[in-house]
Design a protein around this ligand. Structure first.
Ligand code: SF4
Ligand code: SF4
Ligand code: SF4
Length: 376
């Protein structure tokens, strides 16, 4: 057992596997306010990586509707039932027990095994809203009921419980970028990782008789390119990059800036203790009581920041770089009225104006002698 500091819960925890933190940590920010649940990300991942036999119910990327959607069904509510409620103190330190502590010292992490039925409906609860609308109700500027879309991939956690639970040591976390992978040759299909992952992001392949999980698109990351689920995102809700682990968070790293310095994006279910690295900007229209259960105690502050973005030029600049390049951005800056991003080779790969330019085009195009008609 090793003691590890988990910055998301403000305290140390006992982790059954010791390894130094990676040189840099792959991380993602998803803006839930912009997701339209088109599932393009889901299809991009599925087509590229999991379209083989035995992978019919495998969705390394899925998008579910909260409050009622979940895939596999009840992945989060079942673990919350098992762990009991979570408690935070005034300093936002977790008082309740993580999945590593719940079962007692030396015991496997708390978890549950989904049934075949839980994997049967990937879109269970899709577009279901939080309650009934009263008869005769009309829209008065505030929604009495709500729902939002939660896009989910493996969190490439700081303290992965899938890794901790594997009796074969078949799961490892890469030192160069913190991506968590299953060694297919070592895996014997015991499925302890599936039971232990709080996010249920490891899947069992019945044909290969081995566990499989999101590979973080590592062949693309090694080339400096963003993951497929990020590149394909229609709503440009995603930013993919690295968090600094070998020093202070950097003001010019867009992920450090948004997550660690400004705290606009929050981890999901930090109370489980695995230190997830997908960070969410909470939906501003959803009640805090519900959101704090998922994203922890920083919800209200994050909402305030988001609502004030228009007067917060640097933060807005970082936000404008979401979906602006297929290259991973390692540095950003606001220059005048533009947000600029550079890749790992220090090459400028994104330049986004704060105000979209307007172009007026003449009715007759002199080059082609064609008339432009507005037929809309
Ligand atoms: S592609 Fe983007 S907008 Fe569409 S569902 Fe996925 S995360 Fe949401
Ligand atoms: S989300 Fe689950 S599968 Fe991914 S690293 Fe964390 S514990 Fe492992
Ligand atoms: S990072 Fe790559 S492998 Fe992982 S969910 Fe996204 S597309 Fe799939």
């Amino acid at each position: 057992m090793a003691k590890r500091f988990n910055w998301q819960i403000g305290r140390e925890l006992e982790y059954p596997y010791d390894a130094p933190p990676p040189k840099r940590q792959v991380a993602y920010i998803f803006d839930t306010n912009k997701c339209i649940e088109c599932q393009t990300c889901t299809v991009a991942c599925k087509t590229a990586w999991t379209s083989g036999k035995g992978q019919e119910t495998t969705f390394w990327n899925n998008v579910e509707t909260k409050p009622y959607g979940s895939y596999p069904q009840g992945w989060d509510s079942k673990l919350m039932d098992q762990c009991g409620g979570c408690q935070w103190n005034q300093e936002n330190k977790l008082v309740s027990l993580t999945v590593f502590e719940k079962n007692g010292k030396g015991k496997p992490p708390a978890g549950h095994m989904p049934t075949d039925k839980d994997y049967a409906s990937p879109n269970h609860g899709e577009d279901d809203i939080s309650g009934m609308v009263d008869q005769g109700h009309h829209f008065g500027g505030l929604h009495p009921v709500w729902m939002f879309y939660l896009a989910r991939i493996c969190n490439h956690c700081d303290h992965p419980s899938c890794l901790a639970a594997c009796p074969r040591k078949a799961i490892y976390k890469r030192n160069e970028d913190g991506i968590v992978l299953v060694d297919q040759k070592r895996c014997r299909g015991y499925q302890e990782c599936i039971k232990a992952c709080p996010y249920k992001k490891v899947f069992y392949n019945i044909i290969n008789r081995a566990s499989e999980k999101c590979i973080g698109c590592y062949p693309r990351v090694e080339e400096g390119n963003v993951a497929l689920c990020v590149e394909s995102c229609i709503g440009k809700i995603r930013l993919h990059g690295f968090l600094t682990t070998d020093g202070k968070p950097r003001e010019d790293n867009p992920l450090d800036y948004i997550v660690k310095i400004r705290k606009l994006a929050l981890p999901s279910y930090p109370q489980f203790g695995t230190g997830p690295n997908v960070f969410y900007i909470p939906p501003v229209h959803v009640p805090n009581e519900f959101l704090e259960q998922i994203f922890g105690p920083g919800v209200e502050d994050a909402k305030k920041l988001y609502k004030a973005l228009k007067d917060d030029k640097k933060l807005l600049g970082a936000m404008m770089l979401f979906g602006a390049s297929d290259r991973i951005l390692t540095r950003f800056e606001v220059q005048g009225d533009e947000a600029v991003g550079w890749d790992v080779d220090n090459k400028e790969v994104a330049r986004v104006p704060f105000t979209e330019p307007t172009y007026y085009r003449k009715h007759l195009d002199p080059k082609t002698s064609a008339y432009r008609h507005n037929t809309a």
